[in-house]
Design a protein around this ligand. Structure first.
Ligand SMILES: *[C@@H]1O[C@H](CO)[C@@H](O)[C@H](O)[C@H]1NC(C)=O
Ligand SMILES: *[C@@H]1O[C@H](CO)[C@@H](O)[C@H](O)[C@H]1NC(C)=O
Ligand SMILES: *[C@@H]1O[C@H](CO)[C@@H](O)[C@H](O)[C@H]1NC(C)=O
Ligand SMILES: *[C@@H]1O[C@H](CO)[C@@H](O)[C@H](O)[C@H]1NC(C)=O
Ligand SMILES: *[C@@H]1O[C@H](CO)[C@@H](O)[C@H](O)[C@H]1NC(C)=O
Ligand SMILES: *[C@@H]1O[C@H](CO)[C@@H](O)[C@H](O)[C@H]1NC(C)=O
Ligand SMILES: *[C@@H]1O[C@H](CO)[C@@H](O)[C@H](O)[C@H]1NC(C)=O
Length: 574
């Protein structure tokens, strides 16, 4: 018996809602049924899924409508819209390993390879040929194939083992011999997202991670002249296959599983995934399940450890067969010189691409620039939005206490720039929207404020950011820490790799801050996060694999972990 919907194997989501209270509202669940037995026909798998659903929901039409898609290459299972009690009944069926609710995960938002000591390009031509047969799969936000990092000049056709595809879609110019695959998965689109179905990267994250792993060397790359140098991936000869699973509303479990199932069948050699999510029991965790099936086929999956540090027990993606990667620094930091009207020179940090052309601007603070009268509410010294008068800010540099949104506020009020004072030094540098820099309040912030308070006509200028050398590596404070709670006797994360202010390729479809009002576009951009660390580790694994093609995922993982250097975790001291 072949169900009538058999032709649409990876069927599209059919929007289906039952009106009523939450208890009888259908929600997407994933029904996991283990491994696909060898030589099993797809239709028989689909039929099995259909029969299971039919037994559970009791109605042919309902069974068909509630099904979202079947997995059936390596991973056996399906996604369907179910009521909680149906999910419970299904979990008790023979052959069902687990049933779990579909959740949405989030992204864990290059000189780094020189810092790690990997030679710029292979000087061993026979190894370059081996490397060019390696295919790196990434589950991410898609890819911008037009980036100079993915120029395929000199590349032969994809390796013969490659069985993947290149989906079409809006603004996607297609694959080449470098980006050999690009697919997208948006089964969990309930209509609330306006994302267009396309493998193109509208975010920048996937383009960045792909170039970190396998971008070709690009000379003179920089962000508006900052950190100029040759940007390159760890295995520049390797091929890239992108599986887009992340959209503006997150990265859904059912899409992640579909991508794993395809990537394994397509013939990728390694998988990198820079997506977070709360740690769950392995049977309820799409990343643990997908990477397990990958491991069974000899594919090592490297994952970001999460950005919830330095709090303990925050590490994610902890299954023992995953290479769980934390973030550490490289030896570069970004500073901006600040000069005051009285000649004082000090400095802040952050990534400021703007030049004030050495011209002094009037300098003020929230207290002086406020238009609030006694009873109004708002934190004036933090320059809260609505507390400052536009006429008192326009054309001036404003000193504010705060964190990260002050550049927005001052920009809205036509300020010339801002100096933001924070309490604790951070090792994560932010790209600012206007001429701006960050200072630590107790170190030089209060001095700047006193200058404003005590001077009749205070002035200042903020210079464009320069890079300076610093001691490294240290573990980034945001990098999630162990111990893991799912299986506490296995230590995680496994390793750290650069994840701070990494220069990588970027999409042309969004500005460097992601703000629609920002007009700055760049072929390269800085990003920080364990998201950036995972592709570093993946490329290192690919490099090992190029010399030892017969090593198992566990052997490669072990080689990386046992040859890493230990180093202390401490915060940047500035
Ligand atoms: C797995 O998910 C199911 C369904 O959501 C839930 O009932 C079960 O408690 C979960 N198991 C664990 C260990 O979290
Ligand atoms: C390749 O480069 C590395 C590092 O620069 C060097 O140690 C090695 O001897 C070189 N090998 C060949 C075959 O030239
Ligand atoms: C070059 O690479 C090949 C293939 O990986 C390897 O067998 C050979 O030993 C390498 N030669 C040198 C000089 O490193
Ligand atoms: C395609 O590019 C155009 C021009 O940049 C833009 O307006 C449009 O939103 C883009 N579409 C997608 C799906 O990114
Ligand atoms: C102060 O100015 C801001 C705009 O700069 C305005 O939104 C706000 O209403 C003003 N507040 C008062 C009390 O005038
Ligand atoms: C205003 O915000 C700053 C920075 O967040 C904070 O240090 C200060 O305590 C706040 N002041 C008030 C009165 O809330
Ligand atoms: C500067 O003056 C403002 C308003 O009078 C005050 O809140 C602030 O603490 C002063 N700054 C310093 C460093 O004394």
């Amino acid at each position: 018996m072949i169900p009538s919907f058999a032709s649409a194997f990876m069927c599209l989501a059919t929007a289906y809602c039952v009106q009523g209270s939450p208890e009888n509202e259908r929600k997407p669940y994933i029904v996991y049924m283990g491994e696909v037995a060898e030589h099993r026909a797809r239709l028989s798998i689909m039929d099995e899924h259909h029969q299971l659903l039919l037994r559970t929901v009791g109605d042919e039409d309902m069974a068909r409508e509630s099904k979202i898609c079947s997995y059936g290459k390596s991973i056996n299972g399906f996604a369907a819209r179910l009521l909680p009690d149906e999910a419970k009944r299904l979990a008790e069926e023979d052959g069902v390993a687990s049933v779990f609710e579909n959740t949405r995960r989030k992204l864990l938002t290059t000189r780094s390879w020189d810092f790690l000591g990997l030679p710029p390009t292979s000087n061993n031509s026979s190894n370059a040929i081996v490397e060019s047969n390696i295919i790196l799969g990434l589950l991410d936000t898609g890819i911008w194939p037009g980036s100079p990092s993915f120029n395929d000049k000199g590349y032969g056709p994809p390796p013969a083992k490659w069985k993947g595809k290149c989906d079409k879609g809006a603004n996607f110019t297609g694959c080449n011999n470098k980006v050999i695959g690009a697919r997208y998965y948006h089964l969990d689109n309930d209509g609330s997202s306006t994302d267009e179905p396309t493998p193109v990267d509208t975010d920048g994250h996937g383009t960045h991670t792909a170039s970190t792993a396998a971008g070709i060397p690009v000379k003179d790359s920089s962000v508006y002249g900052i950190a100029k140098g040759t940007a390159r991936g760890g295995v520049p000869s390797a091929r890239i296959a992108m599986y887009k699973v992340c959209w503006s509303d997150g990265c859904s479990d059912m899409d992640i599983l579909a991508a794993f199932d395809d990537a394994i069948a397509d013939g990728v050699d390694l998988i990198s995934l820079s997506i977070g999510g709360n740690s769950k029991e392995y049977f309820n965790d799409s990343v643990a399940i997908g990477s397990f099936h990958a491991m069974r086929k000899g594919i090592l999956t490297s994952c970001a450890a999460g950005n919830d540090g330095p709090t303990l027990a925050t590490v994610e993606n902890v299954a023992p067969w995953i290479l769980t990667v934390g973030a550490s620094s490289i030896d570069r930091q970004f500073t901006s010189t600040i000069k005051l009207g009285d000649g004082t020179i000090t400095s802040g940090y952050g990534i400021n691409t703007f030049s004030m052309k050495n011209k002094m601007y009037p300098f003020t603070n929230g207290a002086h620039a406020t238009n609030l009268t006694g009873n109004d509410y708002g934190n004036i010294s933090a320059c809260d939005s609505g507390t400052l008068g536009k006429n008192k800010v326009k054309g001036k540099i404003v000193y504010c206490l705060g964190d990260s949104s002050q550049d927005h506020t001052i920009r809205m009020l036509d300020g010339a720039g801002t100096i933001v004072a924070i309490d604790e030094p951070s090792d994560n540098y932010l790209l600012t929207l206007i001429p701006a820099t960050y200072v630590v309040r107790s170190k030089n912030g209060d001095k700047l404020d006193r200058y404003i308070n005590s001077t009749r006509n205070p002035h200042a200028v903020i210079y464009k950011t320069k890079t300076v050398h610093m001691a490294a590596p240290f573990v980034a404070s945001f990098s999630s820490r162990g111990p893991q709670l799912t299986n506490p006797n296995i230590l995680k994360p496994d390793i750290t790799a650069p994840g701070l202010n990494v220069l990588g390729a970027y999409t042309e479809l969004t500005s460097i801050t992601g703000e629609s009002t920002d007009r700055r576009y760049s072929a390269f951009n800085f990003m920080s996060g364990t998201s950036m660390s995972s592709p570093h580790a993946s490329a290192a694994a690919a490099y090992v694999k190029s010399f030892h093609p017969d090593w198992s995922p566990a052997a490669i993982k072990s080689a990386l972990m046992t040859t890493g250097k230990t180093s202390k975790s401490h915060q940047a001291n500035r």
